[in-house]
Design a protein around this ligand. Structure first.
Ligand code: OOG
Ligand code: MG
Length: 281
C-alpha cells in the first residue's frame, strides 16, 4: 500500500537508511526482526531484545518498525496516524531513555470511545493519558507553531494502551523503536475546536474504577503538546511521509504509564477537553 512506502532519506530519523546503498544483510535482519516482533504481537508473548544479539541502530530500527506495519497493512490494516513517544520527562525517566521517537497507528488499534478492551489479547498492557490531534491539512517538514495550529482540525483528550513485546518493558532506544514504540491501542474523547483553549497547561487526570491514580498537566508534553505535533511533522519528513488529513497524532503521555488491570474502568480527563473512557475485561 502506497502510504507505507518511503523514499529513503539520509539522516537518523524514521526514514533514514544510514547509507545510500541498502545493505542486503541489514535488509535480511530487518525482515527477520519484523517477523519476530509481529508474531510476538499476534501470539501475545514477549520476545528477545534485538540489541542483545545485534548492533541494531536507530535508522535500522525504524526500518524494522516500518516492516512490522507493512506486514499489518498486508493483512488489511490501514495507517491512520502516528504516536509520539518520550515527549515527557515522566516517560523518559520511567523508561530510562531520553530521545523523542514515534510509532505508527493502524485502524485496528483504535478503541471505540467508552468501549471494551479484551485484555487477554495483550501481554502486559499499560495505560497512559495523552493529548491527541486530528490533522486537517497535510503536514510534513519544519513547521512553525502557527502552521501547526492551522493544520489541526481537532484536539481531544486521549489514552494510549502500551504493550511492549519485551519482558518487563525493558529495552534500549533501538529496541523500542523496532517494536513500534510499544503501540497497542488508543482511544480518543470528543474532538474540540483547536482555538477553544490554550493547550499549554491543562490539568490531566487518570481514574481507575473511580479512584484517581495519576495526575499531570499537558505542559509535561514538551512544554506544550503543540511542540509534539511540530516534532511529528519533522519526523514525517524524515520518514518520507506526511501527516494526512484525518490522521490522529498522539502527542505522548503526560504521566508515567500505569498497569492496566482486567475488569477495570479507566477514565482519562483533561480540563476543557472532557474525557475518554475504556473498560477492560
Ligand atoms: C514506549 C512508548 C512511549 C509515550 O507516550 O511516551 C510513549 C513505552 O513507554 O513503552 O508512548
Ligand atoms: Mg504514549
Amino acid at each position: 500500500m502506497s502510504n507505507t512506502e518511503t523514499t529513503p532519506t539520509s539522516g537518523t530519523g524514521p526514514g533514514a537508511t544510514g547509507s545510500r546503498t541498502t545493505d542486503p544483510l541489514a535488509t535480511d535482519l530487518v525482515a527477520t526482526l519484523a517477523a519476530t516482533l509481529d508474531e510476538a504481537t499476534l501470539g501475545r508473548h514477549t520476545t528477545d531484545r534485538p540489541t542483545d544479539t545485534t548492533d541494531l541502530d536507530v535508522p535500522t530500527a525504524y526500518r524494522v518498525q516500518r516492516a512490522v506495519i507493512e506486514r499489518r497493512v498486508a493483512r488489511g490494516e490501514s495507517l491512520i496516524g502516528v504516536k509520539m513517544g518520550f515527549t515527557s520527562r515522566a516517560k523518559m525517566s520511567q523508561m530510562g531513555v531520553d530521545d523523542v521517537i514515534w510509532g505508527l497507528l493502524t485502524d485496528t488499534m483504535l478503541i471505540e470511545e467508552g468501549g471494551l478492551l479484551d485484555r487477554s489479547g495483550l501481554i502486559h498492557p499499560r495505560i497512559e493519558p495523552e493529548i491527541a490531534f486530528l490533522i486537517g491539512s497535510p503536514l510534513s517538514g519544519t513547521i512553525t507553531p502557527a502552521e501547526a495550529v492551522r493544520a489541526i482540525a481537532g484536539v481531544a483528550v486521549a489514552y494510549e494502551v502500551l504493550d511492549s513485546r519485551y519482558a518487563d518493558f525493558d529495552f534500549t532506544l533501538p529496541d523500542v523503536i523496532a517494536d513500534n514504540a510499544s503501540a497497542s491501542g488508543f482511544g480518543v474523547g470528543t474532538w474540540h475546536h483547536p482555538d477553544a483553549l490554550d493547550l499549554g497547561n491543562l490539568g490531566m487526570l487518570v481514574e481507575i474504577d473511580g479512584r484517581p491514580v495519576a495526575t499531570g498537566s499537558s505542559a509535561a508534553i514538551l512544554g506544550n503538546p503543540l511542540r509534539s505535533l511540530i516534532a511529528a511533522a519533522r519526523l514525517a519528513a524524515e520518514a518520507g511521509l506526511e501527516l494526512r488529513p484525518g490522521w490522529v497524532v498522539l502527542a505522548g503521555a503526560a504521566t508515567a504509564a500505569l498497569p492496566l488491570p482486567k475488569g477495570a474502568h479507566v477514565r482519562v480527563s483533561a480540563a476543557g477537553l472532557g474525557r475518554a473512557e475504556v473498560t477492560t475485561r
